[in-house]
Each structure stands twice: as C-alpha cells, then as structure tokens.
Design a binder for this molecule. Structure first.
Ligand code: 48F
Length: 256
C-alpha cells in the first residue's frame, strides 16, 4: 500500500531541510546555464557551499538547443578539457574545433554541479539583491510561478559571501543593481549592452569580461558580454565554460 500522505510529507520535509540549509552560503548563483553550472561545479568541488537559483523548470539554459534546435554544440581547443573532465564525448571536426551532443553536454554539466555538492533550486527567480555596506551579500528570491502570474507576493532572502549573475543575455541581476544600487564597474558605470554576433571576438571577451562588476557581485557567461558591451557568439560554448571556470577561480581567490 502506498500512503499519499507519506509521499506529501516526504516532499515537504526534504524540501524544507534543503531550502533552509541554503539560507546562508558561500556563493549564490542566479541562472543555471552553462556558465552558472560550470561555476557551481568548480566552486562546490573546492568545498564551497553553493546554491543556484533557476527560473525555469529545467536547468541548462541555452545549451539544450544547440544551434537553431539542431542539438549539437561546438567548443574550441582551449575549452574542451572542461567537457572532457565530465566525460562528454567530443568529435574533432576540423583543426581546433570539436562538436558535442548538446543534450549530453547539458545534462552532464548539470549533473557534475550536483555531484560535486552544489544545490540547484529550479522554478525560483532572483528578483533583487541584498545590500549591506555597499556590497551585494545575497539574493532576494521568489517562485517563478508568482512572477509569471504577476501575483503581489513578497519574496524571501538568502545570504551569500559572493553572488554571481549568470542569467545570460538579459544580465538581470546586474540590471537590478544598476537600477537600484549604483554604478557598476564598467566604463560608463552602466550596462553597455550586448552587440551583434561575432564569435571570434565574443568568445574571447566573454572570458575577459568575467569579473566583479559590483562589490560582492560577479558576472559570468553571456551576461558578462551584455554588461561590458561585447558581441554575442551563437552556438559555440567554449567561452561560457571558460567563463564559469574563471569566475569560480576568482571567487576562490577572494573568499575566506
Ligand atoms: O542563457 P543561459 O544559457 O546563459 P549562459 O550560461 O550561456 C549563454 C548561452 O546559453 C547562449 C550563448 C552561447 O553562445 O550565447 O545564450 O551565459 O542561461 C541563463 C539561465 O538563467 C536563467 C535562465 O532561465 C537561464 O536558464 N535566469 C535568467 N534570469 C534569471 C534566471 C533570474 N532572474 N533568476 C533565476 N534564473
């Protein structure tokens, strides 16, 4: 016999335990795309307590869809090791270019973050930041369903030593900080806005632009190019992976 109430109780109790265990963490990440997931993997592997909030039902962001829904991604020489470490099978296409099944790359990237100890909460959106002494020190979160329905429901907060905006093209957390908090660490003090496609430049700048954009807040992945006015790059994902790794390394250097 299966007791429906035991199922309900188990779900509620385990969620409560895991959620309350995530109220104070070393690093909080907004967005579970390739950059956020890769950052989560390296940070958690180094023993940091990491939580990721993802608006959608599925973590993975824009990597599932490959290019125009053909479920293949391309990575380049300097980044392929990040996928090899998690056993993603790569085909060498031409000198310096490798292709992978986007569903394999995406699911293994997510699984690796989880296996190393990062906690991912799906269907939760970051809608604001916590600020103390001119430093971002946490996220303000709400159910995505509340956001989508436009319900007037106050959010909850979690505290983190460092936060990462890995929300992709929209750079949502940086946009909130620009609007409500103050100057970003960019040439204009504001979001410079993403430029049209150029994979050659975009792949390079996405790594260079990965940095602390406001005290306590790092930006990684496509959000970094959006914030620093650099091009998009389409379905080549090496830069996203390298950006996730770089943000983890930079935070590991600073964190107590
Ligand atoms: O867009 P996304 O995959 O960002 P990324 O890791 O990678 C970019 C590439 O997918 C692609 C590209 C590569 O050539 O240009 O676009 O930089 O993942 C971002 C994730 O953040 C979630 C969103 O649902 C997606 O899964 N997200 C966005 N805003 C919020 C959020 C928010 N406010 N709170 C929580 N999750």
């Amino acid at each position: 016999m299966i007791d429906d109430i035991i199922v309900t109780r188990k779900i509620f109790e385990r969620f409560s335990e895991e959620f309350s265990n995530s109220f104070e963490v070393d690093v909080a990440i907004a967005g579970a795309g390739p950059a956020g997931m890769t950052a989560a993997r390296y940070l958690a592997k180094s023993g940091k307590k990491v939580v990721v909030f993802e608006r959608k039902l599925s973590p993975g962001g824009g990597m599932w869809g490959g290019g125009m829904t053909f479920p293949i991604i391309v990575v380049q020489e300097g980044s392929k090791k990040i996928l090899e470490e998690i056993n993603v099978r790569l085909d060498r296409t031409e000198e310096g270019y490798y292709s992978a099944d986007s569903i394999e790359a995406c699911s293994k990237t997510c699984a690796a973050a989880i296996d190393n100890g990062a906690k991912i909460f799906n269907t939760i959106s970051v809608e604001d930041v916590l600020i103390r002494d001119n430093k971002v020190n946490g996220f303000v979160i709400n159910w995505s369903a509340v956001e989508i329905a436009g319900l007037h429901v106050d959010p909850l907060s979690i505290r983190a030593k460092y936060c990462i905006d890995a929300t992709g093209h929209a750079a949502e957390v940086c946009r909130i900080v620009q609007k409500k908090v103050g100057r970003l660490n960019t040439p204009s003090g504001k979001i410079e806005e993403e430029k049209s496609m150029c994979a050659e430049i975009g792949e390079k700048t996405v790594v260079e632009n990965t940095r602390e954009v406001y005290p306590g807040l790092f930006v990684a992945g496509m959000a970094a190019n959006a914030v620093y006015g650099a091009p998009r790059m389409g379905p080549i994902f090496g830069g996203m992976l390298l950006s996730g790794k770089k943000v983890a390394e930079e935070i590991l250097e600073k964190i107590d």
